[in-house]
Design a binder for this molecule. Sequence first.
Ligand SMILES: [Zn+2]
Length: 192
Amino acid sequence: MSRGFSTKYQLGKDPLRGKDREKQKLMGKALDQSRPNEAHNADAAPDIEGDVAVCGRCHAIYHPKHWHLDEAEYQQLRGDPKVSEIVCPSCIAIEHQDFKGQVTLKGASLAKHREQILNTIYNEEAHLRATNPHSRIGLIEEQEEQILVWTVNEFLADRIGKELKKAFAGSHAEITHLPRESFTRVVWWREE
Ligand SMILES: [Zn+2]
């Protein structure tokens, strides 16, 4: 049940959420390279020939042992025949809806301050994603009286919980780490 999100959250901006043709083109590739166990290891080494690779979907750049975002660098690298184009682990996780964090938003405050709450979440995503391309929101589900925010890694869910608690006085955040499942569950609410 989508009622439309804040304009700050541009659905078309992330290639995975938009362009279907591009998505189809990459689909086979993504499945071939899918290694579910490694999908959440931010630095999981992709299967590439050289040292450098780029993700054609989210523009993340892989240098040995590290993923990062830099649009200018991406534009430079994408034309280089020595650089492999792949689908990164977080884009694969989003495609498979294979998430590592879940934030449940509820309480009377949600309807009243919905826009502000979602903007706090998008800002935290943008902030963390700048240093780790895998700190991403994969899916937002609006339910009857709550909203579920699914994150690609555990860290983002944890930080969203802490940021919301800080930003909204009198609110609560229950953060549960499930180390066995490598999953972080956050419930945030404010009753007013
Ligand atoms: Zn990607």
